[in-house]
Design a binder for this molecule. Structure first.
Ligand SMILES: Nc1nc2c(ncn2[C@@H]2O[C@H](COP(=O)(O)OP(=O)(O)O)[C@@H](O)[C@H]2O)c(=O)[nH]1
Ligand SMILES: [Mg+2]
Length: 459
C-alpha cells in the first residue's frame, strides 16, 4: 500500500454500444463480476499479477438508472429469464484500487447504451426539413428500403393525405424494415422505446399497430416531402414540433452520454451479421459509420494530449473535458464459432469497420474477439470439416425458445476468410445456447479476451 494512495482518482467512462441482442448486457454483467470478485489468474488485468482491492459499488449519476447487475446475473443463472427493463439506458459506477497503479485509484463508470439510437444520429444538427430530406433520400435510393416503404411512398403522393394515414403508412414501412432486419429505423423509439421495450417479431400490420413513431402515441412524426412541407399547414407544424421535442428528449441526452465517455466498446456481432445476410451487414456498417460521424472520437485538437493530462490532475471532475480517445471493436459470442475459425472472426470485424477508426487522428483502436460467458465446448475438427460444438440449445428446430435441457452436439458454420460480396439470410448458422454461468455468485463465468478488453479500456 503506497502512501500516495488517495492523492488522485482516475475516472474511466466506458460506453458499451451495439445492436439489440449483440451481447452488451451479458458483457457488462460478466465484466462487473470479474472486477468485483477478482482473481488475477482467471482475469489478468494490466501488469502481470495485478490485484484489485477495495471494490465498492457507487451510486449512479443524477438522471441515470443503475445497471441491474444482480438481476442480470441471476437471470443468466436461472435460464434466461431477464429482469424487466425500466429504461433504455443505464449506468454502473464502481471504485477500486489496482496494485499496478501507485498514485491513483480507479473510478469506473460503465454505460449500457442502446445502439438503436444511432439510427437517429442524423437528427442532430438538422431541423425537421433537413431530416426529412435525408430519410426520403435514403428510402428512395435503396431497393430494400423502397420495397418496404411502397405504401408510404404512395401516401406521400396524395396532397390530401391526413396525419393519421401517413403515420400508419410510415409505421408499416418501419415494421417491414424491422422484419427484414434493417436496423436503420428512425425514430428509433419504434424499435426500442424509452422504457426499454423492444419491438417483438409479429406480422407487419400488427407491429405497426403496436408501436409509435415518436415519443408516444400523441407525439408521432414521419418524414415529409417538399410538397407536404408548406409552412403554416397543420401537418407540417405538428410534425415539426413533435420532431423538435423528440430530438431534445431522446437524441440529445443519448448522444451526450456517448460523448462524455473516455472509451467506447463497439460490439459487432459477426455471427448475427453472417446469419442475417448481406443487408444486415450493410446496415450495421452504416450505423457504425454514423456513430463515428456524430461522436467524432479522437484527440481534441484544442486541448491536446498535454492539456488533457494536466486537466485530469487539476480540474474537478465535472469541469474536465471529456472525449473518446479509445475505441475497442469487439466481436462477441466467440464461443459460438469453432476454435479453428476464431482468428477469422477478428479479421472479419477488422475488414468491416477498421477504416472508420484509422481515418481519425489521435484515436487508439483495438480489435478483440470475446466470449463474455463461455457456454460451449468444441470437438476436434479437420480444416474444411464440420464444426461441431456442445452446448445447451436455446431454440428448438422451429426457431422457438425451448426450456434448458441436456447438452447437445450441434454444428456451427465455418467462417469465411473475408466477407462474401453477397450472401442470403440463413446461409450461415450459429445456433444460440444457454449461457453457462456458475450459480455461486462470487465465481465469475469463464471468459475469453474479456480481460484483454478490460486492460485496454480501463487505463
Ligand atoms: N454463447 C454466448 N452467447 C452470448 C454471449 N454473450 C451474449 N450472448 C447471448 O446473446 C444474447 C443477447 O445478449 P444481451 O447481452 O442480452 O444483448 P444486448 O441486447 O446487447 O444487451 C443472449 O441470449 C446471450 O445469451 C457469449 O459470450 N456467448
Ligand atoms: Mg441489453
Amino acid at each position: 500500500m503506497s502512501i500516495f494512495r488517495g492523492i488522485k482518482t482516475t475516472e474511466a467512462r466506458v460506453g458499451v454500444v451495439g445492436l439489440y441482442n449483440s451481447g452488451k448486457t451479458v458483457l457488462l454483467t460478466s465484466l462487473i463480476n470479474h472486477l468485483q470478485d477478482h482473481d488475477p489468474d482467471r482475469f489478468p488485468l494490466g501488469k502481470p499479477g495485478t490485484q484489485l482491492r477495495k471494490f465498492t459499488v457507487k451510486e449512479s449519476d443524477d438522471g441515470w438508472v443503475p445497471f441491474n447487475y444482480s438481476g442480470h446475473r441471476d437471470a443468466l443463472v436461472n435460464a434466461g429469464r431477464w429482469p424487466a427493463k425500466s429504461t433504455d439506458r443505464s449506468q454502473f459506477v464502481c471504485q477500486f484500487e489496482r496494485s499496478d497503479w501507485t498514485f491513483s485509484d480507479c473510478l469506473l463508470k460503465l454505460y449500457d447504451l442502446p445502439g438503436e439510437r444511432i439510427a437517429d444520429a442524423a437528427m442532430l444538427g438538422r431541423d425537421f426539413t433537413g431530416w426529412s430530406e435525408r430519410v426520403l433520400n435514403l428510402i428512395t435510393n435503396d431497393t430494400a428500403y423502397r420495397d418496404c416503404s411502397a405504401a408510404f411512398l404512395d401516401a406521400l403522393k396524395n396532397p390530401q393525405v391526413t396525419a393519421k394515414e401517413i403515420l400508419a403508412a410510415y409505421r408499416l414501412a418501419l415494421a417491414n424494415l424491422i422484419l427484414r432486419y434493417k436496423p436503420l429505423i428512425s425514430p428509433s423509439t419504434f424499435l426500442l422505446d424509452t422504457k426499454g421495450q423492444a419491438a417483438r417479431p409479429m406480422a407487419p400490420e400488427a407491429l405497426a399497430e403496436a408501436r409509435f413513431c415518436g415519443l408516444d402515441a400523441d407525439s408521432q412524426f414521419c418524414p415529409l416531402p417538399a410538397a407536404l412541407r408548406r409552412g403554416g399547414t397543420a401537418l407540417f407544424e405538428q410534425f415539426s414540433s413533435h420532431y423538435e421535442r423528440y430530438v431534445e428528449q431522446v437524441v440529445v441526452p443519448t448522444v451526450a452520454a456517448f460523448r462524455s465517455c473516455t472509451a467506447l466498446v463497439v460490439l459487432v456481432d459477426v455471427t448475427m451479421l453472417l446469419a442475417g445476410g448481406v443487408g444486415m451487414y450493410d446496415d450495421n456498417r452504416q450505423i457504425v459509420r454514423d456513430l463515428f460521424d456524430v461522436l467524432e472520437p479522437g484527440e481534441n485538437t484544442v486541448f491536446g494530449p498535454l492539456a488533457r493530462g494536466l486537466s485530469k490532475v487539476f480540474l474537478p471532475h465535472s469541469w474536465r473535458p471529456g472525449w473518446i480517445t479509445r475505441v475497442a471493436f469487439v466481436a462477441p459470442k466467440l464461443d459460438l464459432v469453432h476454435p479453428l475459425d476464431r482468428d477469422r472472426m477478428q479479421l472479419l470485424t477488422r475488414r468491416m469497420v477498421e477504416r472508420f477508426a484509422t481515418d481519425r487522428d489521435g484515436l487508439r483502436s483495438q480489435f478483440f474477439n470475446v466470449s463474455s460467458v463461455v457456454s460451449t465446448k468444441a470437438l476436434a475438427a479437420e480444416p474444411g470439416g464440420p464444426r461441431v460444438l456442445v452446448g445447451t440449445p436455446l431454440r428448438g428446430a422451429d426457431g422457438r425458445k425451448v426450456p434448458p435441457g441436456a447438452e447437445q452436439r450441434f454444428t456451427s458454420s465455418e467462417l469465411p476468410n473475408d466477407w462474401p460480396s453477397e450472401w442470403p439470410a440463413g446461409q450461415y448458422t450459429f445456433p444460440e445456447v444457454y449461457p453457462r454461468v456458475p450459480t455461486r455468485k462470487d465465481y465469475p463465468p469463464d471468459q475469453v479476451n474479456l480481460d484483454k478488453l478490460a486492460t485496454f479500456i480501463i487505463d
